[in-house]
Design a protein around this ligand. Structure first.
Ligand SMILES: Nc1nc2c(c(=O)[nH]1)N[C@H]1C(S)=C(S)[C@@H](COP(=O)(O)O)O[C@H]1N2
Ligand SMILES: [Mo]
Length: 384
């Protein structure tokens, strides 16, 4: 993370104990390794290919891609424990057996790193979108001797990464909530190693750090205290990070890709994405050169409108999703948006982007809490 970005990130977090938090994050930056997506230009495809170098990479343990776990479907195990007691154990074949019993589900989810809060390049693109398939945790828990008064699930990855989620999210999900799953496929293909394969935790509405890769243990506990690498080490004491960890309303510009980029005029297309956990994006508005905000076109805003070349396998995966018959935009899933400004004069211009959701929350220049609603995004570009 560059010094400027880090400082901006801290400023935007706007917490009381900035000095203290700053030190934690500064030391944190030494062991968080991030790599934004590469290989994409122009309008963001609605579905992000899972390939290395296109889907973004983040290690909360500071591991390189090379050093991250190498598990196979044969070697992988998931243990469900309550302290020292093992309540259940699953291997890859057990997940597949549950699939053949009709228990597997799939859905679109936008994966977004909390470090993609609107701080400007280069961290804007720590966000990607795909179709995850797996077995709901509720089905894995079926028949296990769960603690009657358990409150949290502590989650563990084979790289040492940790996080948690409320047990109630699994046992008493809100009406309409998609289930948290142990996912073993992404975009119709087996989960790759760098995406956390053979299996990772996926929670539809939550920030990246809740979606533990190489998941090997779920520990049910009565202890409600904050738990996890992001919850207690990177953002200690930060309400909303531990629970619920829901993705904030946010938007970014993906084209032009960099600030002060030179773009050919006089007609210029600005495009990007917007997402919010647990709600639907309602509008994305753009102001050119501080003029009135005008609505951008939302791409993929009705079934079948997605402008992606889908392989036959992917088309099947998409038709199988729990959201197949829902109206778009979908909760927890980004919209890609675009707007064309015609006849721009050569020279510098600015754009400001703000998204709003179906609860009527709207991005502004100064959000009161960027973990709920991110700030609007402003960028300059130069027309040649
Ligand atoms: N085991 C493990 N899981 C993890 C992490 C990690 O470092 N180790 N990083 C988390 C964070 S902070 C993010 S943003 C997402 C990134 O998922 P991706 O690599 O598939 O993009 O994984 C999450 N799960
Ligand atoms: Mo992250």
């Amino acid at each position: 993370m560059s010094e400027r970005t880090r400082r901006e990130f801290l400023r935007q977090l706007g917490l009381g104990a900035v000095g203290f938090l700053g030190i934690r994050i500064m030391s944190g930056c030494e062991f968080v390794s991030v790599e934004q997506k590469g290989g994409l230009t122009g309008t963001e495809p609605f579905l992000t290919p899972a390939d290395d170098g296109i889907w973004y990479w983040q290690s909360g343990q500071g591991l390189s891609k090379e050093a991250s776990p190498r598990l196979t479907p044969e070697s992988w195990r998931l243990r469900i424990t309550q302290g020292n007691d093992t309540l259940g154990e699953f291997d890859h074949a057990a997940l597949k057996a549950l699939e053949s019993e009709g228990k597997a589900v799939s859905y679109w989810k936008t994966m977004r790193c909390v470090f993609s809060l609107n701080v400007g390049p280069p961290l804007l693109t720590l966000v990607a979108n795909g179709i995850f398939k797996g077995i709901p945790l509720a089905d894995l828990f079926e028949g296990l001797d769960l603690p009657a008064d358990g409150v949290k699930i502590r989650t563990f990855g084979a790289d040492g990464f940790t996080s948690n989620l409320a047990l109630s999210r699994v046992l008493e999900p809100a009406a309409e909530a998609l289930p948290a799953i142990i996912a073993y496929e992404l975009n119709g293909e087996p989960m790759t190693r760098l995406r956390g394969g053979p299996a990772r935790l996926i929670i539809p509405e939550m920030w990246g750090y809740k979606n533990v890769k190489w998941i090997d243990r779920l520990d049910l506990t009565r202890d409600g205290a904050a738990f996890g690498q992001y919850e207690t080490v990177l953002f200690p004491g930060n309400a909303l990070i531990d629970n619920p960890g829901t993705v904030a309303l946010g938007s970014t510009i993906t084209s032009p890709r960099t600030a002060r980029a030179e773009v050919a005029g006089p007609d210029v297309t600005i495009s990007g994405i917007a997402v919010v956990g647990d709600d639907r994006i309602d509008r994305v508005e753009v102001s050119l050169d501080d003029g009135d905000f005008v609505a951008a076109e939302l791409i993929g805003d009705e079934p079948g409108a997605v402008r992606v070349d889908l392989s036959p396998a992917l088309q099947t995966a998409m038709n199988d999703t729990l959201q197949a018959n829902q109206s778009w935009p979908l909760p927890n899933v980004w919209v890609t948006w675009a707007i064309v400004f015609e006849g721009l004069a050569a020279g510098s211009h600015s754009v400001t982007i703000r998204a709003s959701d179906s609860q009527g929350r709207k991005q502004s220049s100064q959000s009161s809490n960027i973990l709920l609603v991110g700030n609007e995004v402003r960028m300059e570009f130069v027309v040649t």
